[in-house]
Design a protein around this ligand. Structure first.
Ligand SMILES: [Zn+2]
Ligand SMILES: [Zn+2]
Length: 363
């Protein structure tokens, strides 16, 4: 089958293969899923650039939706024919963290577990983020398959698996923004737009969006931003710009770019008692330096992976909000393409001019 293979740490080390196979038979709790839509997220670019230190060769991609085509003998969560959103959490479901409602912190299947579910000839292939979604079929744990209504278009549904849960989960699950709170969102790409729309959904009174690309103003406003700040020039002072619009600072700052410098700035944008959410992910070895006083006044600095998601609770909730017209998904899709459109999608991510490209492995 067709899929993408990453063999190095540059964009031109990604190639299209027609000879990828799934290795072995399904284990009792595994599910084989035909992937019909896979969004290209900033983390895919970071993975390709080697910022997550993943072993290669690997199949990239981690934001996907598709149809269940085969289930293992003990699978109960989904059935053949179901439409599912795939989760990157390959959690066990019964360790203390899973039982405590933190599947992202699972003891037995948390971050760092490496699998090689694919092969090209004799060469075994790793999958990125427990998924490896830029391929026509994948095998995952049943815990990673969350059924959704068939009326929900799969291209729109795929976004819930990463961009939407990462942004909305930061607001709902981690920062817990309240009615009337003030918010700043640094970066208005696919994830940032979801921070904005979640803050809007819970009734934040002021939502200041910051981005370096002027075209993002229309999108940010459409998703609920009340103010837009264009980050122009090398000497742009983000803290001063926010303080001008929100004297004294905001209740919640979300850094979505993945810049250690901007995360340090975010601490200075918040009021005493405020929260700072590190949503964007820089190189995993990056160091963040901030003045102690910036955090001192009862502020909360939150590390966040994938929106602190509880996929079985959050994905159906987000799908339902979409079906009822309350959550924007279609508006995030700037382009669709085949698997061979990956480089154009990376180029679009780098210029920051659009929200999302969704790859359609079956056309
Ligand atoms: Zn667990
Ligand atoms: Zn992602």
């Amino acid at each position: 089958m067709q899929g993408l293979i990453l063999e190095g740490t540059t964009e031109d080390s990604v190639r299209l293969s027609n000879d990828i196979e799934i290795v072995g038979d399904l284990e009792p709790r595994q599910v084989r899923v035909e992937i019909h839509a896979a969004g290209v997220c900033g983390s895919d670019l970071s993975c390709v650039h080697g910022k997550y230190y993943m072993p290669t060769p690997l199949v990239p991609g981690h934001e996907a939706a598709g149809k269940v085509v085969e289930v293992g003998s003990a699978v109960t969560y989904c059935a053949v024919g179901d439409h599912v959103i795939l989760s990157t959490f390959s959690n066990c479901g019964h360790c203390p963290e899973c039982e405590g409602g933190e599947p992202g912190n699972c003891r037995t299947a948390g971050l760092g577990g490496l699998k090689q579910p694919y092969a090209e000839g004799d060469q075994a292939l790793y999958n990125f983020a427990n998924l490896g979604a830029f391929v026509q079929e994948t095998v995952v744990s049943e815990n990673q398959c969350i059924p959704i209504p068939k009326e929900l278009p799969l291209a729109s549904a795929s976004l819930i698996g990463c961009g939407v849960i990462t942004g909305t989960g930061a607001v709902f699950n981690r920062a817990q923004v309240q009615l009337g709170d003030t918010v700043v969102v640094i970066g208005s790409g696919g994830v940032g737009l979801n921070v904005i729309q979640a803050a809007h959904l819970v009734g934040a009174s002021q939502i200041i969006a910051i981005d370096r690309v002027p075209q993002k103003e229309a999108l940010a406003t459409q998703f609920g931003a009340t103010d837009f700040v264009l980050a122009e020039g090398d000497d742009f002072d983000a803290v001063a710009a926010v303080k001008e619009l929100a004297p004294g600072g905001v209740n919640h700052a979300f850094e979505v770019v993945g810049s250690p410098k901007l995360l340090a700035d975010a601490l200075n944008m918040t009021r005493p008692g405020g929260s700072i959410s590190a949503v964007g992910v820089p190189d995993l070895t990056a160091t963040v330096t901030y003045g102690f006083q910036a955090l001192h006044q009862n502020k909360r600095l939150l590390g966040i992976r994938a929106g602190g998601a509880r996929p079985r609770k959050d994905f159906p909730m987000l799908a339902d909000l979409y079906m009822r017209g309350k959550l924007k998904l279609d508006e995030m899709i700037s382009n669709t393409a085949g698997l061979d459109g990956i480089q154009d999608a990376f180029d679009a991510l780098k210029t920051g001019a659009e929200a999302r490209t969704v790859l359609l492995p079956h056309g």
